[in-house]
Write a protein that binds this ligand. Sequence first.
Ligand SMILES: [Fe+2]
Ligand SMILES: [Fe+2]
Length: 141
Amino acid sequence: MDPEDLIQVLLKEHTQIRAELREFQEAVRHGENKKAASLSLKLRKILTQHIAYEDAELLGFLTRAYGTDGTSDAIEIFHQHKPILELFEEMVAASSASPSDAVAKAARLTELIRQHTMAEEGRIYPCACSAQETGLLKKQV
Ligand SMILES: [Fe+2]
Ligand SMILES: [Fe+2]
């Protein structure tokens, strides 16, 4: 996959992650435990896959285009992946024992993901696209 195609996939996943997190929060709030459990499985899958693509593929593109010095912003933003996954697991664990705690954690996670995806869409993804457009990065074969 070249950077522009990868970024289209990642952008779609941002929308999907935010929507499913909203649905999860509503399901927990309304005591719909089965729905919340199935949404948490979907969310875990998409979050881990999304983060793996960013940490491996996207960071690989950026490093090849800009070198390690030019990727410090991306590395700093991608450091949020671990706390995001940790808070996600805490939220899921709380959902059966303490729904109000799970809703509060979901609200914190929503805000963390909102800031994180805004930084990626505003600063990191455009860098990868322009690296491809300006020929800094050779097309993948
Ligand atoms: Fe990310
Ligand atoms: Fe992302």
